[in-house]
Design a protein around this ligand. Sequence first.
Ligand SMILES: Nc1ncnc2c1ncn2[C@@H]1O[C@H](COP(=O)(O)OP(=O)(O)O)[C@@H](O)[C@H]1O
Ligand SMILES: [Mg+2]
Length: 380
Amino acid sequence: MTDISLSERISKHPSVRYGLPLAAIAVILLVCRALTGFVSTTTLYILLFPVIVYAALSCGIGPSILAVVAALGGIKYWFISPVHSFRVPHTEQLISMLAFFFASSAVLAMGEARRQHNQRLRDGHAELEVKVQERTVELDTANRSLRDLSARLLQLQDDERRHIARELHDSVGQLLAGLSMNLSSVRADIDRLSRTAAALTDSESLVQEMSQEVRTISHLLHPPLLDEAGLASAVRWYTDGFAQRSKIKVDLDLPANFARFSPELETAVFRIVQECLTNVHRHSGSSIAKIRLLHLDGQVLIEVEDEGKGIPPEKREAMASAGAPGVGIRGMRERIRQLGGVLEITSNDNGTVILARLPAIENSSVADVAPILDTSTVAA
Ligand SMILES: Nc1ncnc2c1ncn2[C@@H]1O[C@H](COP(=O)(O)OP(=O)(O)O)[C@@H](O)[C@H]1O
Ligand SMILES: [Mg+2]
């Protein structure tokens, strides 16, 4: 790099190109001239040859030829006899000069060839430089347009995103909002429907309960069994239901082959049992009720006994004197009286026994006879 720049610098300045080799030749000639007698012409040729080589390599063809001419001229003029003359010397010296000349010419030719080669290289290099420059410019342009393109792309991307966002908000967003409102209203409907379903289930069970209740009340008001299956079945059915509802243990003594009687008698007996059990539940506080039904000596006997606290004494007195204090017993007595029977009520602190006797008006077979009351009685 440094060599190239040095030789370039030399080749750029003609004074240096010509002056430097000539000055070197002059110095060598002067020094050798001063040392005449100690320096042979061969030594002189050897000393001058590098200068020729240098001129051939670095200074160009013109300075090189001039250097060869100056060297040969100087040698001939100062060192080859006859000195101070340019006349052709004798053969030996001529051959030496010709040898120097041809060697120098060869070096010059090689230097010129090298210089041309270098020149071509330099030209190629410069051409390459230009091409690189052009490519660099093209690359810069391409880079710039790429940058512009990417900026434009980013801009377009932003615009597109903004556009999509607006579209999403305006269309899908609105639809989703509508859908969400629909879903909430469906949810509200479902909640309402499930509440309605629960109310429906409640109502269904209420209706079933009511229907059961109505059926029970209706049967209690007048059990169908009484007409269809007779007194015994109706009393059994009623006492079972009573025991379940009131939690009072009912001990029913009823002959299996209890006869059928007239409808008025059967209804009266059933109502008497019903009223007596109701009183046991309502007034006695007893946990047990014993019922006996007998068909004996042309009479139907009904005995209902409890282990409760008994009828209060004042009511017992009222019953003994003025009649029955309550509607229930009064109605019972009236029914019995109409059928020609009697009612006896026995009551103390250990419980109450109600005994009714009715003349049997049979419809079918006669029932078995069984023993009844032996307690002290209050006439009804
Ligand atoms: N088994 C019983 N044990 C205790 N007290 C009774 C019994 N049965 C009836 N009584 C009393 O006799 C009263 C009259 O009874 P009742 O004529 O059936 O009327 P009601 O039941 O409507 O009060 C009752 O208020 C009650 O004080
Ligand atoms: Mg009563």
